[in-house]
Design a protein around this ligand. Structure first.
Ligand SMILES: Cc1ncc(COP(=O)(O)O)c(C=O)c1O
Length: 426
């Protein structure tokens, strides 16, 4: 039924029926969780052979004893593996510890405090408040990095092609203290969109119109997390940056957190040689080197880009049925209702759902009362504030298929009931 064109009597009848369904769900005592964007146990088990895979061989291909100190920017084999898989020149890669978020946090901290562009390039040496563009909805932990470092966040909306670039460019032209932009360019968290070629090119060009030392934080966390073989490809941001003479503005990040073990994977960053040199100089004060044995374990398991891809196909086989259930419930329950919108992702970990304005918090609370935990409304916006109170992030990777079925049935009832009640009270 299209709620927008329904008569009052139809809405009242729908309300009565939905209220009954909701009460039935409430009394069934379920405890379900759609909040966690983490791999399921089945997925992490794909990499269980990492344990013991070295079988006592601790010497790298280059003859380095991996048990000892050193190798601040990673071992060559791990750099090659990421370089091949992500189509990045190997000379640009630095291997970190287990977390790309740590590399992003360190990059922002170093750029703010010390500068990545040589003497006098620290953002906090300029007078004025440092700011970042934050495409929304986005990844809450990017926003926490900014909040923690005292960087002011400026939200900019996205569509299916990525951030709205006219707005991004006019903000950046008007304010040289905008020093960065967060981007999750392929299977964005949470909308699932893949930035269009034009958006990638315009982002790569931003440093040409920005103030000094502008950096693009290109968090390619989901680049290889494909659900659909026909998934849209992402243009190469370094190629565009080279064309625009802005190579120093691009910092790329990624990891195997959702490839192997989320808590014990390997992370990388890729950047120009001058960015890498500056980053390493600062990094060297806090570490003598990362866990090289874990890097070698990953080389042994994944081998090369082909092995990496084959491994991701196994993940897709586990994840796709979960996303299919979410899509099925949204289509069957809400398509044509005029009260909800979402994008069907071709990869990544999330479905981003928009309710009628002013209802997201209420829907999340109603779902909680009926035993379904959802990501708090607003979490996908800077400072936890969604001005429309409409966006809800659904994360179906972790629960079982049966749990997702139950959770989605309840979610759809909550969306409809909250909306019908709002319409009746309007
Ligand atoms: C966009 C994005 N970037 C980074 C991360 C975390 O990556 P890592 O585990 O490598 O720190 C996540 C995890 O959910 C994410 O969604």
């Amino acid at each position: 039924m299209n709620f927008q064109s329904a008569s009052r009597a139809q809405l009242e009848a729908a309300e009565a029926e939905l209220a009954q369904q909701y009460q039935a769900h409430q009394s069934s005592g379920l405890s379900l969780d759609l909040t966690r964007g983490k791999p399921s146990t089945e997925q992490v088990e794909l990499s269980s052979s990492l344990d013991g895979i070295l079988a006592g061989n601790y010497i790298s291909e280059e003859g380095v004893d991996l048990r000892n100190y050193g190798g601040l920017d990673g071992i060559p084999g791990m750099k090659r593996l990421f370089a091949e898989t992500f189509s990045i020149d190997v000379s640009r890669i630095l291997i970190g510890g287990n977390s790309s978020l740590t590399l992003m946090y360190q990059s922002a901290l170093f750029a703010l405090q010390f500068g990545l562009g040589g003497e006098g390039s620290a953002w906090n040496q300029e007078s004025g408040e440092v700011k970042f563009i934050c495409p929304v909805p986005g990844y809450d932990r990017h926003f926490s990095v900014c909040e923690h470092l005292g960087i002011k966040m400026i939200p900019v909306a996205m569509d299916e092609n990525g951030p709205l670039m006219d707005e991004v460019e006019s903000l950046i032209k008007a304010d040289p203290m905008i020093k960065g932009i967060w981007c999750v360019p392929r299977f964005s968290n949470p909308t699932g969109c893949v930035y269009s070629d034009e958006v990638v090119d315009r982002i790569a060009a931003l440093a040409g119109i920005a103030g000094n030392n502008f950096r693009v934080f290109w968090d390619n966390a989901y680049a290889v997390h494909i659900l659909d073989d026909e998934a849209k490809e992402l243009a190469d941001v370094f190629v565009s940056a080279k064309k625009h003479g802005t190579e120093d503005s691009v910092l790329i990040f990624g990891s195997t957190s959702k490839v192997t073990f989320a808590g014990a994977g390997v992370a990388f960053m890729a950047a120009s040689s001058s960015n890498l040199a500056a980053f390493k100089r600062h990094l060297g004060f806090s570490s003598i080197g990362p866990d090289k044995l874990n890097q070698q374990r990953h080389i042994n398991l994944l081998k090369d880009a082909t092995g990496f891809k084959a491994h991701m196909t196994q993940h897709a086989a586990i994840l796709k049925p979960r996303f299919d259930i979410v899509e099925k419930y949204l289509i069957e329950g809400l398509a044509g209702s005029g009260i909800a919108s979402w994008l069907k992702p071709q990869g990544g970990y999330f479905v981003s759902f928009d309710s009628e304005p002013g209802l997201a918090k209420q829907i999340v609370a109603m779902a909680a009362d009926a035993g379904v935990k959802l990501t708090p409304a607003g979490a996908t916006f800077p400072y936890g504030h969604d001005p429309k109170d409409a966006n809800i992030r659904l994360a179906p990777s972790y629960p079982s298929l049966e749990e997702i079925e139950q959770a989605m049935a309840i979610f759809v009832v909550c969306v409809k009931l909250a909306t019908v009640r709002k319409m009746l009270n309007a």
